[in-house]
Design a protein. Structure first.
Length: 152
């Protein structure tokens, strides 16, 4: 009797252990894909200093196009806060390109806002990619809960 109970108990524990192992392995795989996609996305963003080049809107949007084309993959993996941070960064890119020229001061307010928006995007990506890690940032998000577009 005790032997049969031990056998059934060990089967149940083995099944539960197998399910937890599969769940952990799948989560690790998804988080690894997230990290890879986030790094690739950040690598296609135009440099922040390009906003000082006095380029036309069409030229600037051409430099931003690779990031916009990458956006569907980002939407598949990213948390809502990452998507909102990307929206804010896009707004700041457009505002900085519209106002900054080669004669603008090095740390113009538009450039500072753009740099802050990029830092917020990276922070939200880290928060999302390291969600189950002990290295996760657990502070308050710096991204607004919804995007508000500036009206011309």
């Amino acid at each position: 009797m005790f032997g049969a109970l031990t056998f059934v108990g060990s089967l149940i524990l083995a099944s539960v252990g197998f399910l937890f192992g599969r769940l952990y392995a799948e989560s690790a795989l998804i988080l690894s894909e997230k990290r890879r996609n986030y790094l690739e996305f950040l690598s296609v963003l135009p440099p922040l200093l390009d906003t000082y080049n006095n380029s036309t809107d069409e030229e600037f949007l051409t430099s931003l196009r690779p990031a916009m084309e990458y956006f569907p993959r980002l939407m598949f993996y990213a948390d809502q806060s990452v998507i909102l941070a990307w929206g804010v960064l896009q707004q700041r890119y457009i505002e900085a390109n519209a106002t900054l020229t080669p004669n603008s001061p090095a740390l113009a307010p538009e450039y500072k806002a753009l740099a802050t928006a990029q830092n917020n995007l990276v922070l939200e990506m880290r928060r999302d990619a390291f969600r189950w890690s002990i290295f996760n940032y657990s502070g308050k998000s710096r991204v607004p809960e919804k995007l508000e577009f500036n009206k011309p």
